[in-house]
Design a protein around this ligand. Sequence first.
Ligand SMILES: [Zn+2]
Length: 418
Amino acid sequence: MDKIKVLKIVLCVSLAFLVTALLVFAVVTAVSSKDDNSRKEGKTSEKQEDIKTADNPEKENAKTDDKDKKDEVENPKKDDNDDIKAGDPTEKPEEPDNNEITITPAVPDIIVTPITPDNKDNVVTPVVPDNKDDIVTPIVPDDNDITTTPVVPPDSVEITVTPVIPEVTNVPTEPLKPDDKDKDIPISEIEGVESENGGILYRSPHGNGKLVCIDPGHQTKGNYKEEPVAPGSSETKPKVSSGTSGVSTKLPEYKLNLTVSMQLKDELLSRGYDVVMTRIINDVDITNIERAMVANNNNADVFIRVHANSDDRSSTKGILTISPTSSNRYVSGIYNECYLLSQCVLNCMENSTGSTGGIIWKTDTMSGINWSEVPVTIVEMGYMSNPDEDRKLSDPDYQKKLVKGMADGIDDFFVKKQ
Ligand SMILES: [Zn+2]
């Protein structure tokens, strides 16, 4: 039994020794092989490096090219857009190589180049549409100003202009504007301006768009040189006579005509008519043709010539208007309107004055009618050769009635003409 015990112990010990020996061996082998591997790996990577650098000459060239490119990029100011594009970060240079590292930072620097004008434009443009929209939408929907606004955007400072635009929209119709300042002053104080087409022009503060030419007949001194009675006619008449005078009042006709005409001017202005006067003083020298030309050249809608009458018989009285005949070849195109105007004025004057027995005289002997290209009438307000009527004509109250009648007649003419 002891022997067996001893044998077992010996066996155990030797086994333990064996195992230990095996373990030690295994560890040693493992360590030594690891060292070996790491040494081997180092060698292969060196080899790979060698291969990389050695057998890729194209790449070397490419690198130098890159270098050149970058040099260009570094001096973009010299050239234009193209260079800036080359400098664009999106066109990324090749993979960073040790040598180039100093150059790469140049790329972000290119962002500084916005200083160049082209870049500036690029930056500005996105702002423009915004501005435009801001200006157009809120303010004028359909004004001409829209055409103006596109000019504005380039300078954002122009935004200050916008407050002006609403006022522009409020501007009243053209004819009214010049007379706005006259609205607060009495009609009789509205000043006339010399028309470039002849005569003295008065703008109504309540303009209805119609222009009446008033010709106060005669002047201080008649001009007895002759002029053709009609365009192209060989028949002649004195250029302008001095007219008649009051049998009772001794008032010269040219003065009466002007006095009443100036009142008619004011009445027409107050009714919305613009007025052009052939004269506003007595001491002038305007022929009958020239007076017709004032009406023609100003494109008057109506030409009314203001006179007073005279007759050998002192009993003759009443209002008379003069129209061309229907066969007048000089005014054939406007005959109907001339006659209508003569009719309207006579009727309305008789209504306003209470005068009766008036007539329309059709004649083609009046040069001021024959030369007229616009509807025309001559108003003989009454007979200065009739003592009673002469005094009436100088009476301010009667003059108001005369004026009202003439203005009513013109109103009536435009109503009936349509
Ligand atoms: Zn006369």
